[in-house]
Design a protein around this ligand. Structure first.
Ligand code: UD1
Length: 374
């Protein structure tokens, strides 16, 4: 059984879902979604053409971490009772993953952790994700670590080596699948272009633009004010550059972003994009400014410099390779780093190198090999 509830989990679990479904003689695959994020999850399910077998549909207005954790935990009790899975697979560091892993532990269902071993070693950053992944790691029977760094983090926590496999990150499987589908189909490319044209009033194919995403809890409040002030300063200082920001639906993000950034001609605040147009836009972007985890993995494989608006990252591989840089949610650092990349071609070139520290597109096959031997 696969269980997930948010957009990034759905993107990263979709290829694994298909890979398992492709082995019907070996695995009966059941998909349960919690719908921790309803709308953004559904967007991804639609792109991949996936219909869940079970939908807990637990998103409610104004719910907090206590509500989500409790709802997933009790929801999964019923699901496990009814379906009696032999194993449950969860992903990464969401509240859905944490509570499902706990439910698996209580119900005696072995847990496989996809994207295991990422660590900042600071329980408050990202919050609550670092806590979620550490606790999920305590419970897991199989740890599917994307890189040697994440494998080492698990070994340092005295997880037995035999329970850890280095598989690569399934996000690269998803990215390659989506890009392959776009490349192979001129009609699809035309449709995507029309879709993006309808949302952006400039020629995004030829003009320079920054692609921005920001939604981390630890940046709510002052962090978002600083991010918005930085964007405002950059937009005024570089009127010929465009700033495209698909704004996360969380009201803590929508509030400051909409009020502080409206009315600037070259700042384009749009709704979160479906995965396919997002990836297409990422491919055409000049610089990526983000606090997201997944985008730190996708952008390097497309050769895009990434400035991460956080002080720590659980993904040091691309930072070490020099294609991702940490700039914090700090107005001065964001402005100076973006300005350097816009003004200095050598700096830009040194960060704009395509490389793939996070996988080769074969992570799902490796995960399935491990599950086969169970
Ligand atoms: C910092 C951190 O702890 N992040 C975690 C968070 O995801 P993460 O921070 O990656 O979550 P996001 O909501 O930023 O989602 C990123 C994904 O959404 C796509 N995208 C983004 C914007 C948009 O408009 N449309 C769109 O499709 C991106 O291509 C990317 O694949 O949960 C994931 C699932 O457990 C984990 O893997 C990540 O470690």
């Amino acid at each position: 059984m696969l269980v997930f509830g948010t957009r990034p989990e759905a993107i990263k679990m979709a290829p694994l879902y298909f890979a398992l479904k492709n082995c019907p003689d070996e695995f009966e695959t059941v998909l349960c979604v919690t719908a921790q994020h309803r709308q953004m999850l559904d967007q991804v399910l639609k792109v991949f053409g996936i219909v869940p077998d079970i939908d807990l549909n637990l998103m409610k207005p104004g719910q907090d971490l206590f509500d989500v954790t409790a709802a997933v935990l009790t929801g999964m009790r019923s699901v496990f009772n009814e379906h009696q899975p032999d194993a449950v697979l969860v992903h990464g560091d969401t509240t859905t993953s944490l509570a499902t892993a706990m439910a698996g532990f209580y119900a005696g269902v072995p847990v496989g952790h996809v994207e295991a071993g990422l660590r900042t070693h600071d329980l408050t950053a990202p919050f609550p994700e670092e806590f979620n992944r550490q606790v999920t790691g305590k419970v897991a029977r199989w740890h599917f670590a994307p890189t040697a760094v994440s494998q080492q983090n698990l070994l340092d926590e005295r997880i037995p080596a035999a329970q850890i496999s280095v598989t690569g990150n399934t996000v690269i499987d998803a990215l390659m699948w989506v890009l392959g589908r776009i490349d192979a189909d001129a009609g699809r490319r035309a449709e995507l272009s029309n879709f993006i044209d309808a949302r952006l009033p400039f020629d995004w194919r030829s003009e320079r633009f920054l692609l921005i995403t920001g939604h981390r809890r630890e940046n709510f409040g002052d962090g978002f004010l600083q991010i918005c002030e930085a964007l405002k300063e950059l937009a005024r200082g570089y009127p010929e550059v465009h700033f495209v920001y698909p704004v996360h639906l969380n009201p803590n993000v929508q509030g400051p972003v909409n009020s502080l950034l409206e009315g600037l001609n070259n700042v384009h605040l749009i709704d979160p994009l479906d995965y396919e147009p997002f990836v297409y836009l990422l491919k055409h972007s000049h610089i990526v400014l983000t606090d997201s985890g997944g985008i730190q993995e996708e952008a390097p494989s497309l050769g895009k410099p990434v400035l991460v608006m956080r002080d720590v990252t659980e993904r040091p591989e691309a930072v070490d390779a020099g294609t991702v840089r940490l700039v914090g949610a700090d107005r001065g650092r964001i402005v100076s780093n973006v300005a350097e990349l816009l003004d200095n071609e050598d700096s830009y070139k040194s960060m704009a190198r395509a490389h793939n520290p996070y996988g080769d597109g074969k992570a799902c096959a490796r995960i399935i090999d491990v599950l086969r031997s169970f």
